[in-house]
Design a protein around this ligand. Structure first.
Ligand code: CLF
Ligand code: SF4
Length: 491
């Protein structure tokens, strides 16, 4: 019976981790001291397309996982934030080289993951080069996987240069979600981002290169929109280069039918060997990113929960289980068993119904509160929409803003895992406090006295009073007790 099955039972690896976190000290020597749109906001046919996609729906990312297969290593442009030794930085964090797969190997990997990770709903191809330029491998991979797992969503990410050549096939293959990285709509700005492109059998540089790229990106976006394919635009925010210009990018892509805009912070490090890394171009601070996102909130829908994942990422956004599924760990012969994914979906359908009601109730309770300054609350969660992670085990906190207009998800802040601080837990705690700048309270499943006292000294309250509550219900409860606000009780 579906109602007797918990999310934890369906994901035993995660459940084990959660149980040890909740049990307190085991596995953690330091603990003793140591666009949130839902069905009511979207037309039904759009909600149907996004409701299981963890990137296209903030609500879905609490429940569903994506996996990437690194089948497309070739690329046709050069971005100043990319070093070809690493994954495509348009859709993934540079830093670790992925295991390149053939389409047949990718099929084995996807089936293995689908059998073991019931949350899996989307197969994405995001490099490590360009999915449209390396089209044959992308197409072959999607064709093989959809034969075995017809209900898996297909998703791809591209720089857009080769996109118009493949839009018809994309539509025929039911690839419902396409991401284009668009960093500029002014080719002059493009010259500071793209040193060259390869198009029609020759290399183009300077303004010509940027003009061609821009025109192809606009054409590709218009063609996708005309075919009803949901398009997400990724833009890398590069301070001093395109940060102000991204307002214009947002306006232009919205006018051409983009569904979602995802502003990603430039990751720039000399160790990555990129042009920007080597020339000292900095990335934006968390506050700069949020300020730009807030200015864009009247434009097209914004994605604020992107994790800049790798081209071989596996799991819920924010977790990476890729190392559990390397080729050397896969069986030679695999066959798909749909039972766990099907059961999981039944459970999620019930859970998210209750979660939605809780969200709406929380919003109604907070409506009209006297909140002159919005308050930021950080939540430690392992998924499922609940406050269910130990403070010391969190690698990131989800950040919510409480204001008179309700509770809004605003992004996440990455932190070092406090319990694995190793050489210097104090240093790790200091960096956690730094990462939580501007946050008033942290809600988690459990926290030790020592970190709680240190955060309190820094003006941040940490509470486990709302352990296992729905996130919005916990935040509402905390807000009421912190501010003594008379929150309107609704039926
Ligand atoms: Fe992958 Fe991208 Fe599809 Fe998602 S990721 S191809 S849309 S399935 Fe998602 Fe990862 Fe951000 Fe990309 S969190 S980097 S937005
Ligand atoms: Fe690198 Fe991706 Fe840009 Fe190609 S499109 S240069 S792989 S970041």
């Amino acid at each position: 019976m579906a109602q007797l099955i918990s999310l934890d039972m369906l994901a035993p690896q995660d459940a084990q981790g959660m149980r040890s976190a909740l049990s307190g000290e085991s596995g953690c020597s330091s603990s003793s001291c140591g666009s949130s749109d839902g069905p009511s906001d979207l037309p039904p046919e759009i909600w149907e397309k996004v409701k299981d996609h963890p990137c296209y729906s903030e609500e879905a990312h609490h429940y569903f996982a994506r996996m990437h297969v690194a089948v497309a290593p070739a690329c046709n442009i050069q971005c100043n934030y990319c070093n070809r030794k690493y994954d495509c930085a348009n859709e993934s964090r540079p830093g670790v080289v992925s295991e390149k797969l053939t389409p047949t190997q990718a099929r084995r990997k996807v089936i293995t993951v689908a059998n073991e990770v019931p949350q899996l709903s989307v197969l994405g191809i995001a490099g490590p080069g360009d999915a449209c330029y390396d089209w044959k491998k992308t197409r072959e991979t999607f064709a093989q996987v959809s034969q075995d797992i017809p209900d898996i969503k297909l998703c791809l990410s591209t720089n857009g240069l080769a996109l118009p050549d493949h839009v018809d096939e994309i539509a025929e293959m039911n690839i419902d979600h396409v991401t284009i990285t668009i960093n500029m709509v002014d080719p002059e700005i493009g010259t500071k981002i793209y040193p060259w492109i390869f198009y029609q059998n020759r290399r183009w540089t300077g303004l010509d290169a940027s003009k061609i790229l821009h025109e192809r990106q606009m054409l590709g976006l218009e063609m996708l929109t005309a075919r009803g394919i949901l398009t997400k635009i990724n833009s890398v925010m590069i301070p001093g280069v395109n940060d102000e210009h991204l307002m214009e990018v947002n306006r232009v892509v919205k006018a051409r039918g983009a569904f979602l805009h995802n502003i990603m912070p430039l990751i720039s490090d000399p160790a990555h060997g990129t042009h920007y890394g080597l020339t000292g171009q900095r990335g934006p601070k968390a506050q700069e990113l949020k300020a730009l996102q807030d200015r864009l909130s009247d434009g097209t829908k914004l994605m604020r929960h992107c994790r800049q994942c790798r081209a071989d990422a596996v799991g819920l956004l924010g977790e990476d289980r890729g190392q559990e599924f390397t080729m050397d760990q896969l069986a030679d012969e695999v066959s798909y068993d749909p039972s766990r994914r099907e059961t999981y979906r039944e459970v999620v359908a019930q859970e998210r119904g209750e979660h939605m009601k809780q969200r709406e109730a929380a919003g109604a309770m907070l409506a009209g509160i006297d909140a002159e300054t919005p308050v930021l609350v950080a939540v430690a969660t392992k998924g499922g929409g609940r406050i269910n992670q130990h403070f010391g085990h969190a690698r990131e906190f989800q950040i919510y803003e409480v204001s008179a207009s309700g509770i809004t998800f605003t992004g996440h802040r990455k932190v070092d895992n406090y319990c694995e601080g190793g050489w210097g837990e104090d240093a790790t705690l200091d960096s956690t406090i730094e990462a939580l700048e501007g946050v008033r309270a942290v809600l988690c499943a459990k926290v030790g006295d020592c970190p709680r006292d240190s955060l309190k000294e820094a003006g941040i309250e940490v509470s486990h009073d709302y352990a296992h509550d729905w996130i919005e219900a916990g935040i509402t409860g905390w807000y009421a007790s912190a501010f003594g606000t008379e929150i309107r009780q609704t039926a």
